[in-house]
Design a protein around this ligand. Structure first.
Ligand code: ADP
Length: 551
């Protein structure tokens, strides 16, 4: 029991006594060095984004100590990672690799199996191995954040952009492994990677793509960061959103810098929603749209200011009462967006003359919706969110999205992110399910849609108070019902929090779970002792399967 008398979970790998664990830890310290192995025996601190824990999920949905590490190790090299993997096989201790652990909303640094040993790769393996300005590519270790890469590119005065997600503090490699997205034309992070180096669960080392062919005189292959597929089956994909290997180096393509113009378009009516989606589709398919634009509900014009809900809605500052539509409307009407319902954020790229032509085409297409208005950065005050979009859409990392967390006290967030066709009627169905269930479970709804030519990611953030057990229970209940209801219509999630991985994996069950059975065959072949990240993305090794771990 901790000082407050609450029972705490013993921070040990499953089925191992404290004595045996301490012996195994002493052995690992002997191989890696005393300072690079840390028992997780101190109180858990949630910290904040920049000082996030590597011991548990700072945005806990269940008890803070449910998804907890028994120890954290800090390898300094690829051979160190191989040593850790072999040690884990010997002692049958589950290990859980993270790059930097800033995977907020999806589990952070937490392992799925409590008591796993977290491998914090990023702390010491943080080198920019190479930036090839001619090839517009780089080769990175796990600890390189978007900010670090950005600063290095600026320092070397290279005419290259990096592509960041909404928050720039995370690992470039880690985000790509989890198939995160960004907002320049290079926003598909896994799609823009080129070549990997991986420590397999048995400790062997593998290079994918052209890296599998040695370069002359022992050098890396000269086209490792130039051609993705090389020869034979493309194996890279199985190392994303999986537990088949630990990625220790990864190559990325970088976008050459260019002129750009960000803008927002506002739409007056809630009902304009399906029509907006149908206008975006051909523009995106024809590549008139320069990046994957965002369509946001107007409530977000309030939430991205950094003011709390209490500020906008005095007396209603918690999740107890949802902010009413007329209160949102009242405030929005005094803001640059005006009294609108949806706001589209886009950016165009290329030479200035081409951008001007594109903007004319886009304006004309959206003019089919009465009352739509286009605003440019010079039309809004300097603190407006559009200026943060300008940065992130032109390769400059930002932290602006953290402002969200002021909405309710002790805020944490979870994301529900189903994929649907880019079609008005599908957009309405997804939005209908989400709106109905948010109302039922009592949360404010902040829809953001990342709309591409053929599919769109509907991102619904659930902001809850971490200090309230009831809110956590409701957030999890909402999430489970969202996943189930969306799946009934054929809408599946592109990514999810650790706790919902089994449920989401279970919705991809076509052909009597053919895909999961295939993944399990791979898992058992590659990781016979089941030590690497058991349960990640719903993939359980034989040793754990069907023993009550699936939730
Ligand atoms: P970020 O700091 O970019 O948000 P994380 O380090 O939290 O990214 O990584 C997100 C998830 O991706 C981790 O929880 C882990 O499951 C997986 N992951 C990250 N880095 C690696 C890696 N180098 N090898 C294998 N899996 C990884």
């Amino acid at each position: 029991a901790n000082p407050s008398g609450v029972h705490e979970r013993p921070r040990l790998p499953p089925g191992i006594s404290r004595e045996d664990f301490n012996r195994a830890i002493a052995e690992l310290k002997g191989s890696l060095g005393e300072n690079y192995v840390e028992l997780n025996d101190k109180p858990l601190v949630d910290g904040w984004y920049m000082e996030h824990p590597n011991t548990h999920d700072a945005f806990h949905i269940v008890g803070q100590d449910e998804l907890v590490a028994s120890a954290v190790v800090y390898p300094g090299s690829t051979p160190d990672v191989q040593t850790i993997v072999r040690w884990a096989n010997k002692h049958e201790i589950p290990i859980y690799p993270i790059s930097m652990g800033r995977n907020v909303g999806y589990g952070g640094a937490a392992p799925r199996v409590p008591g796993s040993v977290v491998i914090d790769l990023g702390r010491r393996m943080n080198k920019i191995v190479n930036i090839d300005a001619e090839n517009a590519s780089c080769l990175l270790q796990p600890g390189v954040s978007y900010y670090r890469l950005y600063e290095e590119v600026k320092k070397r005065k290279l005419p290259l952009w990096i592509d960041c997600p909404d928050l720039g503090g995370g690992s470039v490699l880690g985000n790509a492994c989890d198939r995160g997205v960004g907002y320049t034309p290079y926003g598909d992070h896994f799609g823009m990677h080129c070549g990997m180096e991986i420590v397999l669960p048995t400790g062997e080392l593998l290079r994918t793509g052209m890296g599998a062919m040695p370069g002359p005189n022992g050098a890396d292959n000269p086209t490792w960061q130039s051609f993705q597929n090389a020869y034979g089956p493309t194996s890279d994909g199985i190392f994303s959103q999986s537990n088949f290997g630990i990625v220790v180096q990864m190559g990325f393509w970088m976008m050459p810098e260019t002129s750009h113009q960000s803008y927002m378009i506002t739409f007056p009516r809630e009902d304009d929603f399906p029509k907006i989606v149908d206008i975006i589709r051909p523009l995106a398919q024809q590549r008139v749209l320069g990046n994957v634009p965002q369509l946001r509900h107007v409530i977000q014009e309030l939430s991205v200011t950094g003011f709390s809900k209490e500020h906008w809605f005095p007396g209603g500052g918690t999740n107890e009462r949802r902010i009413p539509r007329d209160v949102i409307r009242k405030h929005a009407s005094k803001m640059p967006c005006g009294d609108c319902s949806w706001v589209f954020y886009g950016t165009q790229y290329g030479d200035p003359a081409a951008i001007k032509t594109q903007l004319d085409i886009i304006k004309k297409a959206f003019s089919a919706i009465p009352g739509s208005r286009m605003l440019l950065p010079e039309d809004v005050p300097p603190e407006h969110y559009l200026h943060a979009r300008v940065k992130v859409c032109s390769g400059e990392p930002v932290l602006r999205e953290l402002d969200w967390l002021n909405w309710v006290p002790n805020a944490a967030h979870l994301d529900f992110s189903p994929i649907s066709p880019t079609r008005g009627r599908d957009a309405e169905i997804v939005h209908g399910i989400v709106a109905k269930l948010y109302k039922k479970w009592g949360f404010d709804l902040f829809p953001t849609l990342c709309v591409a030519g053929r599919e769109m990611h509907y991102i619904a953030n659930i902001l809850y108070d971490r200090a309230s057990l009831d809110e956590k229970r409701r957030a999890a209940g909402l999430m489970r019902e969202l996943i189930a209801e969306a799946a009934k219509e054929g809408y599946g999630e592109y990514r999810t929090h650790l706790l919902f991985a089994d449920q989401v994996a279970g919705t991809y069950n076509w052909g009597n779970n053919a895909l999961m059975r295939f993944n399990e065959t791979l898992k058992d072949a590659l990781d016979p002792n089941g030590i690497l990240a058991p349960g990640r993305n719903g993939i359980w090794p034989k040793r754990f399967r069907g023993k009550g771990w699936e939730i």
